[in-house]
Design a protein around this ligand. Structure first.
Ligand SMILES: NC(=O)C1=CN([C@@H]2O[C@H](COP(=O)(O)OP(=O)(O)OC[C@H]3O[C@@H](n4cnc5c(N)ncnc54)[C@H](O)[C@@H]3O)[C@@H](O)[C@H]2O)C=CC1
Ligand SMILES: O=P(O)(O)OC[C@H]1O[C@](O)(CO)[C@@H](O)[C@@H]1O
Length: 380
């Protein structure tokens, strides 16, 4: 049976990418540090993916197993040697940590075979696979690097499916929204995978997705958190926040339409569809999950700052994005490591310092001034 090795047996791993490989006739080897999930995958050899709809349709995902990347390095290397695909859904910040082991696997593989391997990072980050490739290269010597570059294709991708934190401790089953889109950038002929869409240029897809789905989601999460809401759908039922989300997506939309020559009517339909996905009450998706890792989400190329600075450059409106950035800076959720760090930075050095260090915005920029103004108002 064909094999795919997937790093990160979490929500997207089991509920989306791993499920698509299994449905496409692959045996999926999940690699994770979560001992319990790995043991369960090896014992149960299957799990269910349930759709968050009234009917709750369920699909059984079979041909799965698990490896622990800390305790079973050699087995992971073997799995990399035997696989046609290597994918990740582990979080952008974790990619540097798994790169040494992937490098080891690739080194061993290219010594034995010149069969193509496709590496695809499935993270919410622009050029995540390029970043992963860079981290891997740091662990390869020159001769091996050449072979890896000849035999391994590193493909960027965009992944879109809302998979909330699961309320079923001890079970491998995953509740997911019905909608999904996985776009992979390549001009090569690669083995077909159910649900994988191939495009020659990813930029319009990933920017449209990141600056609509993820920007919209982040706006709801940060304003919802400030309004003491628990879930995304509950927050969106608040008329003021709903208006804020629409206005912000109006700003990212104007940038996207301008940048990629999108049809404004089609783009409005895309926004409406996404807002309706956020309203799915079956997901019970927490504002603290969606707002997680605010330092990452406030970085210059991520869902809030990049569309705001791009809109500013294009002479478009960015005031609602600035307000959302200010709301993100007030996310003081104590159980989120990055939120705690962000609040400590603000307390010690002030907002202007954080805008410079985290968001890459000079104090003198109009955008920084606008964010600072909203921050003052929101903080009260
Ligand atoms: N959940 C969602 O709706 C979506 C998530 N994404 C992206 O997918 C990625 C994964 O997100 P989720 O699946 O939600 O997260 P998750 O937290 O459910 O899964 C991540 C998995 O990685 C594992 N992990 C963490 N550190 C590790 C390490 N050093 N070595 C091996 N495994 C390790 C964790 O144990 C966990 O099982 C993120 O980049 C996220 O932005 C993208 C689209 C949708
Ligand atoms: O997964 P991240 O990057 O932390 O952000 C949460 C967001 O990503 C998603 O998981 C979906 O792409 C959304 O649920 C949300 O926009």
């Amino acid at each position: 049976m064909k094999k795919a090795v997937h790093f990160g047996a979490g929500n997207i791993g089991r509920g989306f990418i791993g499920a698509l490989f299994s449905e496409s006739g692959y045996h999926v080897v999940f690699v994770d540090i979560a001992e319990q999930i790995i043991n369960q995958l090896n014992e149960e050899k299957k799990y269910s993916v349930m759709l968050a709809t009234d009917e709750q349709e369920t699909v059984t995902i079979e041909n799965v197993s698990g490896l622990n990347n800390i305790k079973q390095e050699n087995e992971v290397v073997e799995a990399i040697k035997e696989s046609a695909f290597l994918t990740t859904a582990i979080g952008p910040n974790i990619l540097p940590r798994i790169a040494p082991l992937i490098a080891k696997g690739l080194s061993a593989r290219v010594e034995e075979t010149s069969e193509k391997l496709y590496v695809i990072a499935c993270e919410n980050q622009i050029s995540a696979t390029d970043l992963l490739k860079g981290y891997i290269m740091e662990h390869l010597d020159e001769a091996v690097k050449e072979k890896v570059l000849a035999n391994v294709s590193f493909l960027n991708s965009a992944v879109d499916r809302i998979v909330p934190i699961q309320n079923n401790q001890g079970s491998l089953d995953v509740l997911v929204e019905p909608y999904h889109e996985w776009v992979v950038e390549t001009t090569q002929d690669i083995p077909p995978i159910e649900g994988m869409k191939i495009v020659p240029e990813l930029a319009p897809y990933i920017e449209r997705k990141l600056f609509t789905v993820n920007t919209g989601h982040a706006v709801i999460a940060y304003f919802g958190y400030l309004a003491n809401k628990e879930t995304i759908d509950q927050t969106l039922a608040d008329e003021e926040i709903h208006k804020q989300v629409k206005a912000t997506l109006g700003e990212t939309g104007a940038y996207l339409i301008n940048e990629y020559n999108l049809d404004p009517e089609d783009h409005q339909k895309y926004i409406d569809k996404i807002i309706s996905r956020f309203q799915n009450a079956h997901l019970h998706d927490g504002v603290t999950r969606v707002g997680r890792s605010p330092i990452r989400k406030l970085s210059p190329d991520d869902r809030l700052v990049r569309p705001a600075s791009q809109a500013q450059k294009a002479g478009l409106s960015y005031t609602n994005l600035a307000k959302a950035i200010a709301a993100a800076m007030l996310f003081d959720y104590k159980e989120d490591e990055e939120a705690v760090k962000l609040q400590a930075m603000i307390k010690e050095h002030g907002v202007a310092y954080v805008l410079q260090e985290v968001c890459g915005l000079a104090e003198s920029s109009e955008l920084a001034k606008e964010i600072n103004r909203h921050y003052g108002v929101l903080k009260g």
